[in-house]
Design a protein around this ligand. Structure first.
Ligand SMILES: [Mg+2]
Length: 233
């Protein structure tokens, strides 16, 4: 957002619209004062911050200060490949640490669990190497009592529907980053597009389809900038 006013305005509208939690991007220069302003207006709403690896363990004090805002989690505060410093940070803050970028395969999930680097894991099938790995990480986390949630990576309707199906597994307990097609695409390259619906209690949601949407070959062709054919013998 360009300004704090724009941010507060956007958050206010989303909360009024029934969205169940607030996720704030958090970086040096756009941190505690921003967070404090949002928390002041939404004292009871679940809030978490996503730091996208913007900090180092030397910023420990900042995260100890942020503990006072009673956040649901700190998402990926430290470097993208780290599980060691995150473990140290988690020992020294009250708020749960959530790993995103750092859990890029099943092995990293095992290490993070063993080192106690986090108390949440964000799973994106496209980050961890597909659906099979996503389920394996979900199962490892469930056994370790670490809740998960589905993150988003600008999926088309095809990828987003996979995310919806995954999000129904038992250990995905925190609201997902799954967006309707219209948020990112004028025309989704999968049909039918993923649409925002209202759940019976009024909260916004999406509907899983029985079958995965089809990639739309004409649109795909129109948008293709490069193509390669791989052949096996
Ligand atoms: Mg993230």
């Amino acid at each position: 957002m360009d300004s704090l006013d724009d941010l507060l305005d956007g958050v206010g509208k989303a909360v009024a619209d029934g969205f169940p939690r607030i996720k704030l991007k958090f970086r040096p220069g756009w941190d505690l004062p921003m967070l404090s302003a949002v928390r002041k207006q939404h004292s009871q709403h679940p809030i978490h911050i996503d730091c996208n690896s913007g900090y180092r363990l030397s910023d420990l004090k900042l995260f100890q200060q942020a503990d006072e805002f009673e956040l649901a989690m700190y998402e990926q505060p430290l470097p993208h490949d780290d599980v060691v410093d995150h473990a140290e940070l988690q020992r020294q803050v009250r708020t749960p640490v959530c790993l995103d970028e750092s859990v890029y395969n099943v092995r990293q999930a095992e290490l993070a669990i063993r080192l106690k680097s986090c108390r949440f894991v964000n799973i994106k099938p496209s980050r961890v190497g597909g659906v099979t790995n996503a389920i394996a990480i979900h199962d490892l986390c469930q056994a370790a009592r670490i809740p998960c949630w589905i993150g988003g990576m600008l999926e088309s309707a095809v990828g987003a529907n996979l995310c919806v199906a995954l999000a129904m597994l038992d250990n995905f307990t925190y609201p997902a980053d799954i967006f309707p097609s219209s948020r990112f695409y004028r025309e989704d390259i999968g049909t039918p597009p993923l649409e925002l619906i209202r759940l019976p209690d009024g909260t916004p949601g999406v509907r899983a389809t029985q079958q995965l949407p089809d990639p739309h070959p004409d649109r795909l062709r129109k948008l293709t900038v490069q193509q390669a054919v791989l052949e096996t013998k």
